[in-house]
Write a protein of this length. Structure first.
Length: 172
């Protein structure tokens, strides 16, 4: 559904530019997983923070590549739990900023030594939905604006996004 590998590279770039976050041992140990579709090959549902590909309606009948978000999953030490799916979708080009906002929220509001899944349980899904909501806005489409066109394209793709089902980046 979406170009998850391109998004993965964008997230990696963001994290490499964010030593204020990644040098924190609790943040550095988090599992962030991305799947291009709901099939789960990327195990987004088991991640501390997971994303799976989706689409949202844009203007003029256009589609926008987007992601559903999951928080609080885990799979270590025999303790397996699916993450909680947040309400609403976030356009693909906003995912790195949403992730950064989640990490800052965790860094600034956790209790000493609190694991991310416990933080999610304590703060609740609604806290993360409030953080993600402003990023979910779909920009108006202006064919003359490179910013607008970029928003309506998927990561590392050219041309306006259009949902195409078929062979993708995975084997599903």
């Amino acid at each position: 559904i979406t170009a998850s590998m391109g998004l993965g590279r964008a997230v990696r770039s963001l994290l490499l530019e964010s030593p204020d976050l990644t040098e924190d041992p609790l943040i550095g140990g988090l599992h962030v997983k991305i799947s291009g579709c709901p099939n789960g090959c990327g195990q987004h549902h088991l991640a501390d923070i997971g994303f799976h590909g989706a689409t949202v309606k844009g203007q003029a009948g256009l589609q926008v590549p987007a992601y559903d978000i999951f928080v609080g999953g885990r799979y270590e030490g025999g303790d397996v739990r699916y993450g909680t799916r947040l309400r609403g979708k976030v356009p693909a080009k906003a995912v790195p900023q949403v992730l950064r906002a989640f990490l800052i929220f965790y860094r600034d509001h956790r209790q000493p030594g609190e694991p991310f899944h416990a933080f999610v349980d304590r703060r609740g899904r609604e806290s993360f939905e409030r953080i993600a909501a402003p990023f979910g806005e779909v920009l108006p489409f202006d064919p003359q604006s490179s910013l607008s066109r970029d928003f309506y394209e998927d990561w590392e793709r050219t041309g306006l996004y259009r949902l195409e089902r078929g062979e993708g980046e995975c084997s599903a």
